[in-house]
Design a protein around this ligand. Sequence first.
Ligand code: C2E
Ligand code: CA
Ligand code: CA
Length: 527
Amino acid sequence: MTDLHRRNACRLPVLIMIALSTVVGLSTLWEFKLEAWVMHWLALPYDADFEDAERWRFVLTATGFSLISLIIPTVLLKRLITNTRSSYHRLKQAQAQTETLATYDSLSGLINRRIFMDMVRNQLGLRRPAAIMLIDLDHFKAVNDQHGHAAGDVVLVEIARRLEAIADDNGGIAARLGGDEFCLLFLNFKHQTELCQIAEAAVLELSAPLSGAVEPSALGATIGVSRSWTDAQDASALLHCADTAMYRGKKDGRSTYNFYDSEYEKQRRNQADLELALKRAVEADEIVPYFQPIVALPSQEVVGFEVLARWLKADGSTATPADFIPVLERLGLIPAMTRSLIRQACRAANRWDDRLRLSMNVSAAMVTDAQFPDQLLEQLRQEQFAFHRFEVEITEEALVGNLDVARQNLSKLHEHGITVALDDFGIGYSSLYHLTRLSIDKIKIDRSFFELGQTDHLPMVEAILGMARSLKMQVTAEGVEEFHLPHLPSWLANSGCHYAQGYLYGRPKPASSLFCYTHSSFAQQAG
Ligand code: C2E
Ligand code: CA
Ligand code: CA
C-alpha cells in the first residue's frame, strides 16, 4: 500500500466522525433552539411543550439514520475502490510481464529475436555499423535426447551466461534467437582481427566443460560472422549472411567460426539448384540410359551393352555420371534413378535381338540393401526382361560395408540366372576373398591397365586372366581404344579374355542410335 493510500484510509473514519458530530450538533441545535424560532418566524403553530426526552430521541434517531446512510455507502464505496485498485495493480503487473516476455527470452533472460532484429534494423537504418556472430550449438539435440529437456535447459542457461560475459567484455549484446541459436551483436565498427579474436574465444569458451549432468565432450559451438560494412546493409540479409557462414562451419566439422563469403554462398546456391534440378530430373526420367557395346573375343561381335547414365538437361547439354552420381548418392536418389534406368533400358532392349544382354551398374548402398534382389527381380518380371539377359556390375567397395547382406543378395541374383560382374577390378581391394566366397561370375579389368604407354601392366592382366581361368570366371577388358590396334584385341583373345569394351567398339550412345540392333537388322548383320 502506498503512503497516499494509507493516508486516505486513516482520513475516512475522521471524516465520518466530523460528519456525525455535525449531525448531532445540528439536530440538537434544531430541536432545542432553531425549531421554535423557525416555526415562529414562519408563523406556524408550534407545540413547545415537548419533553427533553422526546427531543433527545429525535436527535438520536436523526444521528442513527445519518450514521446508517453514511456508513453503508462508505463501506461499499471503500470496497469498490479497493477492488478497482487491486484490478488496476494486477493489470499493471500483467502489462509489465508481457513487456518482459516481448523483450527477453524467458529461459535465458537474454534479449529475444524480435528485439535483436529491431536493434539491428535501427542501427542499419541510422547507417551505423553492426556485426553479427551467429552461434549454433553443436550436438545440442543429443543433449536433449540423452539427458532430457530439463538438462537441455540447464545447458542453454549456462551458454547464455557465458555469452553474456563475452558480450560484456567486448562491448556487445547477447541474444537468444530460439532453440540452440544465439547471437552476439556489436553495434560499433570492429576490425576483422578483433572479431576473429572474439569468435575464437567464444568457440573455446562455449566448448569448455559444463558443470552438471551433461557429458562435457559432447558440446561445442559453430559461429558465423557477418558485417554490415562488407556483407549486407539490411537486417534480414545480414542475419542470413551469418547463417550461411555458420552453415559452412557445420559442414567443415563444427566447433569453428567463419566469416561470410559471397563466393561460398554462390557455390552453395548452385549446389542447392543442382540438387533440386536432379530431383526433378529423376522424377521426369531426364536421366536416360546410354548404351556402350561389349564384344565377345575373338569374334569381336557385339553381345550386349553396358548401361551408362546420362542426364539430358533442359538446356540441351548432356551431363556425365561424374557430374551427378555423387549428388544423387548424397540425396539417396540412386535407387530411384536405377529403377528408372532399368525400366528405360529394358524397354529399349526388348526391341533388340534377344541375344543381346544388358549390364547395369549398381551402387554400394543398393547391393547391401536386403530388399534389392526381390525388387530387381520384380521389376525385370514387370518389364518381361529375361533374367539371363541381365547383368549387375558391382564394385568391391560395395562389399566392404555389409558383406553378409551383399553375399546373400548376390547369391539370390546368381540363383535366378542374373550375372554378377565385379567392376573396375585391379584398382580397389582386389581381394581373393571376394572372388572365391561370393557369387561373382565375371571380372571387368579396369581400363587403367590399358592406358597409353602402360605396357608394363600387361603381365598383371595376364595374372588376372590366369586367376579367373582357375576360378572359372569370365573376364571383360575395359577401355580398349583405337590406339591399341591391332595388338591388344588379339593379345587379349589369345590370353583367354572373353569380352572387350571400349571406344574401339563404340562410345556410349542413346537407344535412338541403336536401331541396327533391332531383331531383324541384327539378324541380317550377324548373318
Ligand atoms: P564404369 O562402370 O567403369 O563405366 C565405364 C566408364 O568408362 C564410362 O564412363 C565409359 O564411358 C568409360 N569408357 C568406356 N570405354 C572407354 C574407353 O575406351 N576409354 C575411356 N577413357 N573411357 C571409356 P561414364 O559413362 O562417365 O561412367 C563413369 C562411371 O559412372 C561408371 O564407371 C560407373 O561407375 C558410374 N555410372 C555410370 N552409370 C551409372 C549408373 O547407372 N549407376 C551407377 N550406380 N553408376 C553409374
Ligand atoms: Ca561399370
Ligand atoms: Ca568399369
